[in-house]
Design a protein around this ligand. Structure first.
Ligand code: ADP
Ligand code: MG
Length: 703
């Protein structure tokens, strides 16, 4: 087996042991030598170089200074006490501040002694201070420096838990160093020589060593280049191979008929005319499903562009050809809503629709499961529950997956197994993804875009208010409610502090109940900690217009459709990302009335927060917002792509590294075309890489 040594469990590395291994696994997902070796530093420190205090500017992230301590004092008492040390070189003074481990630090810092300190400066009242810098007596530093061949020290991200287990950045560096000494000579090449030559790449082994301990800035950039190339190339090659397989080899059901269900619905039930974009996309989908290959299509369309209807037409085509269709969504609320609206669309048509979610009772399941298996149910709408093995179909021909970014690639693939020939897949997302990115992230899918909203929509007006203007905003709410409209008030929900967020929401709710008294104002509240049945009850009351104001967390972010709701108030808007703000705003503007989105923030806005708010006030265009988002945050963050494993990149950045992406992509296309099963001898390394690293790319199918 290739690279056997690198598969060794990390606890066998000298200096790790079971306890640290556990922490590494929990905090970073590191379980093998290879995992540690590919845990790349986020930055490097040039330890050969000291910054003069007068040259510090706030832009610097972490720096190294040589100087001496001229005074130490403890300020405050008890748990709030801190230690402050004055530190000077021949050009100025900075302050070192410590909040923890004061006793130990006091014993190790001496007035008059020379130290090298290393840390991140921040400006406070015209003096730079360093909170908890690393420090070392000059003589120790110089000594270590001489032992070290490498000029650059790597810095690794670590967590509080890791630091508590003696796994700070320095310790990680030591472990990596030890590891490299052990595995050097055993790190095999994973790209064929012709590719290495063509792109003048470092060897895999050299790149891995240099990325941790670069011998020069030039070698560092070569190492980065090599590792980025390799990462992007393999991602693109996987997409290309899958795509080739699907379009050339895979079998798919042939849906050749447009029949009774489709035509009857189109002629007698469709409550409005389709937009041109909807028509075009339905045509593209029809085309796909007529070939003998499996459809794998991504449907992008801004919130409110009418994707549900496209999904419905697609499902009707499946039904017309004698198949069942499923639609899978990420939340119960959304499933419920799709169920209701699809039932409503279909009216009394002879099509059986069922709903299956986590909260479907056993008793109902006992009814639904057999009906799915014997084919009586035509359309099933559900959440992850649909993926369970016990959910079986008579003849599933199509699966629609809504709001893709909440599902992982693996879950998408799971639906493939629900029939002997994989069903056609239509993936719908309301997160507009810039084209370049879509190509990369969804490289194995074909793309359709609904770039037109249904007619008669008035663009949503967006405004920003500081918390101080709350009374004006409340007046506005009263006017809107009086005019018969409904209002959302949304509070952020950020996982790390769910209890705090819930408190925010409950405080907000109480003050709203006070300001908007019964019986004139009926208020609903929905949050993630509620039982699904309670959520549903509250949602329904709002949908039916029984309540005028909906106070909630972001659980309503996805897909909720209440056309009479015309005002979206977003509290603490600075805490939301751009795409989330845009999603939330998309909850209004669905009816004929003028809609409004009001972004409330405190005065404390970061520069980035300001740009987000301004962008929202300037445009309603989802693609423009996605571009801005991409620029602000980098692609790793795009609507949770990272979490769902869509963009599992360790080092490459598909925006900044676009040239490498392009080069590796065209190479991948070329190879996939020339040798779709990677069976040529010159592609042996590529084939081995896939077998080892991407077992989910069912290679036996490709070969
Ligand atoms: P999304 O793309 O965000 O999922 P929906 O499918 O929920 O959007 O559609 C938003 C609203 O627009 C729904 O109320 C739907 O009934 C309505 N709608 C969809 N297509 C049209 C159309 N062609 N003309 C008018 N209204 C439409
Ligand atoms: Mg939708």
């Amino acid at each position: 087996m290739v690279n056997n040594l690198l598969d060794t469990k990390i606890e066998f590395l000298k200096g790790v042991g079971p306890k640290k291994a556990e922490v590494l696994k929990k905090e970073l997902g590191i379980t093998t030598y290879n995992d540690l070796l590919t845990y790349y530093p986020y930055r490097y420190v040039d330890k050969s170089h000291f910054i003069k205090i007068k040259d510090i500017n706030s832009e610097d992230i972490s720096i190294q200074i040589k100087g001496k301590i001229v005074g130490i004092e403890t300020i405050g008492v008890g748990p709030k006490a801190r230690l402050s040390a004055k530190f000077v070189d021949d050009t100025g003074m900075v302050e070192l501040v410590f909040f923890r481990g004061l006793r130990w630090i006091k014993e190790s810092l001496f007035v008059g002694k020379e130290y090298v300190i290393f840390g991140k400066p921040s400006l406070f009242q015209r003096t730079y201070n360093f909170a908890h810098p690393d420090f070392e007596p000059v003589e120790v530093f110089v000594n270590e420096q001489q032992k070290q061949e490498e000029k650059f020290s790597p810095l690794y991200n670590t967590s509080e838990k890791m630091k508590n287990s003696f796994l700070n950045s320095k310790n990680i560096a030591k472990l990596v160093k030890a590891l490299i000494i052990q595995v050097q000579g055993y790190i095999h090449e994973n790209l064929p020589p012709q590719i290495i030559n063509q792109f003048k790449l470092l060897s895999h082994q050299d790149a891995l060593i240099q990325i941790h301990f670069p011998s020069s800035p030039d070698m560092l950039s070569k190492a980065k280049m090599r590792l980025k190339f390799e990462e992007l190339f393999y991602m693109q090659l996987e997409h290309q191979l899958l795509k080739n397989f699907r379009t050339e080899k895979s079998q798919g059901f042939v849906f050749s008929n447009i029949g009774e269900a489709f035509n009857n619905f189109y002629n007698n039930y469709l409550p409005f005319t389709l937009t041109n974009a909807q028509k075009r996309v339905i045509k593209e989908i029809r085309q796909d499903m007529k070939t003998t290959h499996q459809m794998n299509r991504l449907l992008q369309g801004d919130v409110g562009s009418g994707k549900t209807l496209v999904a419905l037409f697609t499902m009707l085509i499946a039904i017309d050809n004698g198949f069942q269709a499923a639609i899978m969504v990420p939340t119960e609320i959304l499933a419920q809503q799709h169920y209701t609206s699809i039932k409503k669309f279909l009216g009394d048509m002879p099509i059986k629709v069922a709903l299956l979610t986590g909260s479907t009772k056993q008793k109902e399941r006992k009814v639904i499961h057999p009906l799915l298996e014997n084919g009586e149910i035509n359309i099933i709408i559900g959440t992850h529950s649909l993926l369970e093995d016990k959910v079986m179909f008579s003849n599933l021909g199509l699966c629609v997956i809504d709001e893709q970014h909440r599902f992982g690639v693996g879950q998408r693939a799971k639906m493939w197994t629900k029939n002997h020939i994989p069903p056609h897949i239509l993936v719908m997302t309301a997160t507009p993804i810039p084209r370049t990115l879509a190509m990369t992230v969804y490289g194995d899918l074909d793309c359709s875009v609904i770039d037109e909203l249904p007619p008669g929509r008035k663009p949503i007006q967006t405004a920003h208010f500081f918390d101080k203007s709350r009374l004006r905003v409340f007046d506005f709410i009263r006017k809107q409610v009086k005019a018969g409209r409904q209002v959302y008030i949304v509070y952020p929900l950020i996982k790390e502090s769910e209890t705090l967020d819930l408190k925010d929401l409950m405080d907000g709710y109480e003050s709203i109940v006070r300001d908007f008294p019964l019986p004139e104002y009926q208020i609903s509240i929905v949050h993630g900690k509620m039982k699904p049945a309670d959520k549903e009850y509250e949602m329904n009351r709002f949908k039916e217009g029984i309540t005028n104001i909906m106070v909630s967390t972001t659980v309503i972010e996805v897909g909720v459709d209440v056309p009479n709701a015309s005002v979206m108030i977003i509290e603490n808007a600075e805490r939301f990302g751009l795409s989330q703000l845009h999603q939330l705003r998309g909850r209004v503007g669905r009816g004929a009335d003028q809609s409004y989105c009001i972004l409330m923030t405190s005065y404390k806005l970061s520069a980035e927060g300001k740009v987000r708010i301004e962008t929202m006030c300037q445009t309603n265009d989802g693609f423009e917002i996605a571009e801005a988002d991409l620029k602000l945050r980098g692609p790793g963050d795009i609507a949770g792509t990272q979490q769902s494993g869509l963009l599992d990149l360790k080092i490459a950045d598909i925006v900044k590294d676009e040239p490498i992406l392009k080069a590796s992509r065209s190479l991948a296309i070329q190879i996939a075309q020339e040798d779709p099963t990677l069976s040529l001898p010159k592609h042996r390394l590529l084939r081995e890489y896939f077998i080892k690293n991407k077992p989910q790319t069912d290679f036996s199918q490709i070969s």
